[in-house]
Design a protein around this ligand. Structure first.
Ligand code: HEM
Length: 237
């Protein structure tokens, strides 16, 4: 799947409360229900399946991390640039930042030279282009990418941490910084704080729809990335 031109959505900003009335689901509820089936598909992708079964070798795993770095390396500075935007500031937690931890993991898992060792997949190129466009013209939609990445890292990522540690015979305390957000209590608290942040956003109806659509696109791009990684690196290594 290729990402087409950015649909321009006019008049998106505003703060009409949902959820509290009980009539309309909140953004957080809509995100969860409207990405549920895509989450299931992503979780069941061949690439994730190999990872979940503890069968993944280091090279394809490093290839995934290298592609994720490219995404965070654009997402995180963009979130910083728009940190005072009321539709993003409630989701701004410095502990969430993943670019540094991913670099540390690649240093451990691959050593120096990882940047050149693994290709940026076409889906990642598309993903990065999309994030740059949002940064420039619709930063409020970055909330969707924040949701998909960080709530995912704080959720299923915690399960993956154990599996990666076991399957890749990692040196103690190294190699899974990507999944670490402090103690397990701190991780639970951060996840709770992120969900509360989502509740605080209260975008108007059109913006809510656009954020949900953007989250669905983010899942689709992830699935495309997993497919590309499966046919490229799972086969090659
Ligand atoms: C091996 C694959 C995966 C597993 C085992 C997994 C597992 C889980 C679990 C158990 C939850 C529920 C946590 C809770 O309700 O508190 C969850 C939530 C979530 N996951 Fe995953 N996940 C996987 C892959 C992914 C991927 C690839 C993404 C993003 C591209 C993702 C994004 C999310 C998000 C955004 C949530 C929060 C949903 C909500 O609003 O409650 N997950 N995941």
């Amino acid at each position: 799947m290729r990402v087409g031109p950015l649909p321009m959505i006019e008049g998106l900003r505003g703060h009409v409360g949902h959820g509290e009335s009980g009539l309309k689901p909140s953004l957080s509820e809509s995100l969860r229900t409207e990405t549920r089936e895509l989450h299931t598909l992503a979780e069941r992708s061949a690439f994730m399946g190999v990872l979940l079964r503890g069968r993944m070798e280091r090279p394809p795993y490093c290839a995934m991390l290298r592609n994720l770095i490219a995404i965070y390396a654009v997402l995180e500075p963009a979130l910083d640039r728009h940190a005072s935007d009321p539709l993003l500031s409630p989701l701004s937690f410095s502990q969430l930042r993943r670019e540094g931890p991913l670099q540390a993991d690649l240093d451990t898992l691959h050593g120096t030279g990882w940047l050149d060792a693994y290709a940026m997949q076409p889906a990642t190129v598309d993903y990065v282009a999309r994030l740059r466009t949002l940064d420039a013209v619709q930063p409020e939609l970055l909330a969707a990418h924040s949701y998909v990445r960080y709530l995912g890292d704080l959720s299923g990522g915690q399960m993956l941490r154990r599996i990666v540690r076991q399957s890749m015979a990692l040196p103690p305390g190294r190699g899974t910084a990507f999944y670490e957000f402090g103690t397990s209590e701190e991780t639970v608290q951060l996840k709770q704080a992120f969900r509360e942040g989502l509740e605080k956003l209260q975008p108007d109806e059109a913006t809510t729809r656009a954020i949900v659509a953007e989250a669905r696109l983010a899942f689709e791009l992830h699935m495309q990335l997993f497919e590309e990684l499966a046919s490229d690196v799972l086969v090659a290594f």
